[in-house]
Design a protein around this ligand. Sequence first.
Ligand SMILES: [Zn+2]
Length: 382
Amino acid sequence: MRFADIIGHSELKQQLIHSVLENRISHAQLFLGAEGTGALLLAIAYAQFISCTQKKKDDSCGECNSCLKFSRFIHPDVHFSFPVSPVKGITKPKSVDFIAEWRNALTQNSYMSFLDWTQQLEIDNKQPQISVDESADIIHTLSLKSVEGGYKYIILWLPEKLNASAANKLLKSLEEPEPHTLFVLVSENYEHILSTISSRTQLVQVSRIAEKELTHVIEKNYELSLSRAKNISRLAEGNYNLAVKLALKDDALENSTEPFLAWMRLCYSLNYKELILWTEKMQEKKREGQKNFLANALDICRECVLMNYGDNSLVRISENEMDELKRFSPFITVNNANQIMDKLSKAHYHIERNANPKILFLALSLEMNKLLTQKQTENATV
Ligand SMILES: [Zn+2]
């Protein structure tokens, strides 16, 4: 994990790099960052940078022997500790018993949440924790010599899951560690860490990923329209893990310009028979489907407004869709755009609160007809 592989945090990355280059390495640090901010990744990248044998001035090399082992989470001088639960055959579980699952989980989703990890462990209702057996294992690891001759690292994910006896067992090592040993704790919740632990560490604050950076990454990685990426980023509040989940959930909506335009044509022509059939189809969709349709309609209207202002650079959709939208966008004008979007938002609101979808979509279609044809009258007078 190089610093460059982690989204955002450029200032913090610089600080960490400088502290290493200036040989100011604190032996016990607490990386504190909310879920999905990449605090664990920063801790790993930090250790990788320290151990890299061909450091660049702004990152580890990513190619030396040490970096290659870090990239697969198999460096022999890195001891990962994380919450685990007893499972069949393992009554006193330690992190090492789940190291294969851990590497796998990190490889698949390096921004994983505690809940994601719990699901990976396939345990029922047992709350994973870091037990005294794990603390004993950490102390044993500390007593061993470094395999590769450099620093040894204990990267402990979620010290808030240390139970009291596990925490007590670690206090001495945290306070007076063996030489060339670094404790890097990674927490999501400072208040839930025992103060005996937190008071023995130096705090490294990891902020939420900036909205702009998150938008950019989500837009690029999931080929979303800019407006959808922005919406997701706003909802995710700097949590990349959540943003990915939202992006995947909304993926099916990406090519839904056509159903929206088909509806607009119906509204415009006001063919009642067809409109009734359409509302029946909408009724068959579950509430989520109806809400998604409306949310998507709102997005498309926003895109149309941007197009009308000649701002095509902001409108990220396929060429086919672009042609279709270009034909439709003049119907969304400065006069009706706000009203159209307002009606769509209100419909979304009412669907969420169990409105009858058939009545709602028929009424909405009639209102759309009024607003869309209003544009034509104005055109005729121009
Ligand atoms: Zn390297």
